[in-house]
Design a binder for this molecule. Structure first.
Ligand code: GUN
Length: 292
């Protein structure tokens, strides 16, 4: 059986076009939605993501900004930067790219961001709104993107058993909270697996929809999925590959080739969840500009 390939690039493009239309409308009224990303240090992957976010903003007609701080920046200096962005009326959304250096307390940093500008949805106020089903909060871009992708691909979540592998604050936990809500792209029965789960294959095999976000290259093999399931691969891992110019290639947390022989639908890596994350970040920034 050949699986439906869920094209995150195309779906993300459609979302970004819708956002751009609304941005143009707001701009006519004198409001140009603005997103500022704070990047601490030189992590190569973070640098790539931040560049992509800035470019996507510009393409949607938004105002993008990047604040680059050295790895040696103190927590107090970073908090001062956040205060300045909180007070800047041209900045509707902001985010601090994670991970942060060890000497900075991530929770303190996330708490300092004005929840009305927290387009990552990581402030406890927005986490609380997500859990309670309050639509006025910001939903974290990656799980929000996965949900949008499921809806636009016609994959029914209502009554489905969704198994999520990974319990991070960025993906696994908010993903579970989104999918158990009432409403479109939700109403699912959700199980969350993690590193201490016993016999993980027996759990993943029971999934109608399997969402994997654990950061282990090609961990999910064909024997761990139910035939006919839908598989969403959130992982992006660099693995050494001497045949490539860069010396590495990108793979997901799912063994794409063998698993795609068994399932009904699957996201590729790259070109699956990644483009959706950026699209939903822009959607959140638009939401911030419309409500601030
Ligand atoms: N690092 C990995 N994913 C994310 C994300 O969605 N937001 C931020 N701020 N940092 C990240």
């Amino acid at each position: 059986m050949s699986a439906q390939i869920i094209d995150g690039k195309a779906i993300g493009k459609a979302v970004r076009a819708e956002v751009a239309t609304e941005v143009a409308r707001l701009t006519e009224r004198g409001i140009v939605p603005g997103l500022t990303v704070v990047l601490v240090g030189e992590d190569p992957a973070s640098q790539v993501y931040v560049r992509m976010k800035g470019r996507a903003c510009d393409e949607a007609g938004m105002k993008s900004g990047t604040v680059r701080l050295p790895t040696t920046v103190t927590e107090a200096e970073l908090l001062d930067t956040i205060d300045r962005l909180n007070a800047d009326p041209t900045v509707h959304g902001m985010l601090v790219q994670l991970p942060l250096p060890d000497h900075i307390d991530e929770a303190n940093v996330l708490l300092r961001i004005d929840p009305r500008k927290d387009v990552d949805g990581f402030h406890p106020i927005n986490v609380g709104k997500l859990v309670t089903g309050d639509p006025n909060g910001f939903k974290p871009a990656t799980p929000y993107g996965v949900q949008e992708m499921l809806i636009r691909s016609g994959i029914e979540t209502s009554g489905a058993h969704v198994v999520i592998v990974g319990r991070s604050n960025i993906v696994g936990k908010p993903m579970a909270n989104l999918l158990i809500q009432k409403g479109p792209g939700a109403n699912a029965t959700v199980t969350v697996c993690h590193s201490r789960t016993k016999d993980i294959g027996s759990v993943t095999r029971s999934a109608d929809i399997l969402i994997v976000a654990m950061g282990k290259p090609e961990f999910i093999t064909a024997d761990m999925v139910k035939p006919g399931a839908a598989v969403i691969d959130v992982g992006i891992n660099r693995v050494d590959d001497a045949t490539k110019e860069k010396g590495y290639r990108l793979v997901g947390d799912v063994a794409y080739g063998p698993v795609s022989e068994v399932v009904a639908a699957i996201t590729p890596v790259p070109g699956g969840v990644g483009p959706m994350t950026i699209a939903m970040l822009l959607k959140n920034t638009l939401q911030a500009a419309m409500t601030l």
